[in-house]
Design a protein around this ligand. Sequence first.
Ligand code: UDP
Length: 325
Amino acid sequence: MRILVTGGAGFIGSHLVDALIEQGHEVVVLDDLSNGKREFIAGLEENPRFRFVQGSILDRPLVRQLLAECEIVYHLAAVLGVKNTVENPLKVIEGNIDGTRNILEIAWENRVKVIFASTSEIYGKNNELPFTEQSDRVLGPPHIHRWCYATAKALDEHICFAYADKGLPVTIVRFFNTYGPRQTSTQYGGVVPKFIVAALGRHDITVYGSGEQTRCFTFIDDVIGGLLPCMDPAFDKHAFNIGTTYRLTINELAAQIKRLTDSASSIVHIPYEAAYGPGYEDMQNRLPDISKAEGMLGYSPRTNMEQGLSKTIAWYKDNEGWRSA
Ligand code: UDP
């Protein structure tokens, strides 16, 4: 297959591209390098089945040119990160809504299958756990920027389902706190790389709020295992939760990373306001029901936290340059 991967130089994208090339596909990566790193795909640049194009999903002529050559697009390019969401709402809304609408509109012109990367955030502050694919969205008010990413991604899903109704093959995956090698820390700000970088640098590991909030962290290799089968037309017009059901508190995560890095860092707690400004509403718990992905995609997350964190820590030890990226 000829496959376009938007955001293919990013954390999840670059791992997906490795797997697609490994499977024998031809891959074109479109990435504006706002968050993606050329180095993550550097090993593929000599491969005749690989091509990198630096550009934006907002550039319609470019997207049109690339989609005309492909049969499938994995649309992973997004403007994300909690800090980005609270500080740059317009960038988050424009990148995620205008960008995704471009991809869908142009995919429709060319009848290209779309696999759309969505997020557990679309369930909003629903407290009824676990989240199934049919669960309600409970969104906060529009004047709180924190909800603009969730809202933009949810609108993207509406666009996906609307095109799916017209007959476009579309599959949606909702990621739950993916982590692993190549997840850099400063721009995106995910908690796992932030804690690892702090622990290795012997800086304070900073927990926001009580630290008793839970997440189900999902290792990148398992996520890729859920993404690959989505190419099959049998999964058109479906959304899938891609996560794990193992819940960890942020306090436990901090302690585990401190132990695995043998770090002298202190674990300190600060209020949410100090990190994200006033009015930040954190999700206290987030737990997916993954039985649909297990049953249909054959998805089966196998990496436990200790294994996944050890691999991620090893990557940061081997690639010291990314600690400030
Ligand atoms: N968090 C934290 N310290 C940090 C970054 C994040 O305690 O330096 C917490 C954050 O408040 C949230 C959890 O870790 O409860 C996961 O945060 P992340 O930004 O990785 O993703 P989220 O699940 O909030 O989208």
